[in-house]
Design a protein. Structure first.
Length: 110
């Protein structure tokens, strides 16, 4: 799960859990502005968010908070960046708002 509200924000504790680890994984300095590609790397890198997932597991990233201004458009950009990385365990990305009764509003597929 990633919040689309972090896109375009600095890589700091306010927006990213354990920013020092994320910065090292991305090869950027803390405080760097997060891009769609950064978010895609954090979700697909072997030592990223899905680290420790069994090789046989299917990974389905969920881009949360797409109900904010430009959230769905930006969520689609992140989803396409994730899918473009051709991770063998990811064949779709969910976009939505976790707090809604119907949390998924869109599914992006390979």
């Amino acid at each position: 799960v990633v919040g689309i509200d972090a896109l375009g924000k600095p890589l700091t504790e306010e927006y990213v859990h354990r920013p020092q680890i994320a910065a090292a994984l991305l090869g950027v300095a803390e405080g760097t502005i997060l891009t769609a590609e950064h978010m895609a790397v954090l979700l697909t890198h072997p030592t990223g968010i899905a680290k420790g997932s069994p090789a046989s597991a299917r990974i389905i990233p969920f881009i949360n908070k797409v109900n904010i201004k430009d959230g769905l458009v930006n969520g689609r950009k992140v989803a396409e960046a994730i899918l473009a990385r051709h991770h063998p365990q990811i064949d779709r990305v969910l976009l939505g708002q976790a707090k809604l009764p119907e949390p998924v509003c869109e599914i992006r597929r390979v």
